[in-house]
Write a protein that binds this ligand. Structure first.
Ligand code: ATR
Length: 279
């Protein structure tokens, strides 16, 4: 057996955490590269999280890890060196230790754009995007598509104040709207993103007319259970290009793996199929 001191270790911490598919993803990559490494899920409540981070900094056990709901904002605050992405979002999902300091970034937005790059080439040629929802996921996606040069981003949310707060964070390119404005703001858009839980198993769904979008528009959902949400089915039937949310999950994991384990993993069909079979 390998010397346990040489095993590279990383984690995902959240609450609850049992549903997380991240251990499967990282185990697949570790196996593929033949790395002596370990990636495990850790359940910590909000009350326990600060202590967890203090231990992380001092124990010498971990290379780093992922942080998920509900700890992304606390992780950002407790990090010694958040990068610019995490700083702008006020939230971090990836941590690593370097020279005794805890570094943090947020890879959700990268996961989103890398998934579209792989599955809907040319998606970023549009100048107008519509984002449904204004929560944490929406925030990282708006940041990522703005950084890719999408000129006008329209955030539509049930609670319009939340959309306004999000728009204020990003400045002039990002506009906030109530749900009733949806048909109007969709006119001429080439990208439509659902970041809400609408259409998820057990959640309600809404009927959307996608015809105001441009002809070859891309419609994508961050929900991936079911893989093809009612919203994506609707868009497909209306002749739009659709991209499911599973790839975002897979791609957001890659930068962390590269940091902790030193190899750049790829998101391929074998990995995708493995996760689908586990769902
Ligand atoms: P996340 O971090 O995953 O984005 P969140 O911060 O809880 O999660 O945000 C959930 C988003 O889904 C919000 O935009 C929410 O709208 P409100 O801000 O009005 O709450 C949206 N959402 C959830 N359920 C919804 C529903 N039934 N109808 C419309 N929007 C919904």
């Amino acid at each position: 057996m390998a010397d346990s001191r040489e095993t590279l270790r990383a984690f995902v911490v959240g609450h609850p955490i049992s549903h997380s598919r991240s251990p499967l993803i990282h185990a697949h990559w570790l196996r593929g590269f033949g790395i002596d490494g370990e990636y495990i899920a850790i359940d910590r409540s909000e009350a326990e999280f600060t202590h967890f981070i203090e231990e992380l900094k001092t124990s010498g056990r971990w290379r780093g890890g992922n942080v998920t709901i509900p700890h992304k904002e606390a992780a950002f605050k407790l990090a010694d060196r958040p990068d610019d992405l995490a700083e702008e979002l006020g939230a971090a999902n990836t941590l690593w230790l370097e020279d005794g300091l805890l570094h943090a970034t947020n890879t959700d937005g990268h996961g989103f754009t890398a998934n579209l790059d792989q599955r809907a080439q040319g998606w970023d040629k549009t100048d107008r995007a519509v984002v449904l929802g204004a929560g944490g996921a929406s925030r990282s996606i708006v940041q990522a598509i703005r950084n890719r040069g999408i000129g006008e981003i329209h955030v539509v949310n049930r609670t319009v104040e939340r959309a306004r707060e999000l728009a204020d964070r990003f400045g002039q390119q990002v506009h906030a709207h109530a749900m009733s404005a949806l048909p109007e703001v969709m006119k001429g858009a080439g990208l439509f993103i659902n970041t809400t839980s609408l259409g998820m198993k057990g959640e309600g769904s809404i009927s959307i007319d996608f015809s105001p979008l441009v002809e070859n528009a891309v419609v994508t959902d961050i929900v991936y259970v079911p893989l093809k949400t009612p919203m994506l089915l609707m868009a497909e039937q209306q002749g739009k290009r659709i991209v499911d949310g599973l790839g975002m999950l897979l791609h957001q994991a890659a930068p962390g793996f590269a940091r902790w384990f030193g190899r750049q993993p790829t998101v391929d069909d074998t990995l995708r199929q493995m996760i689908i079979e586990d769902m």
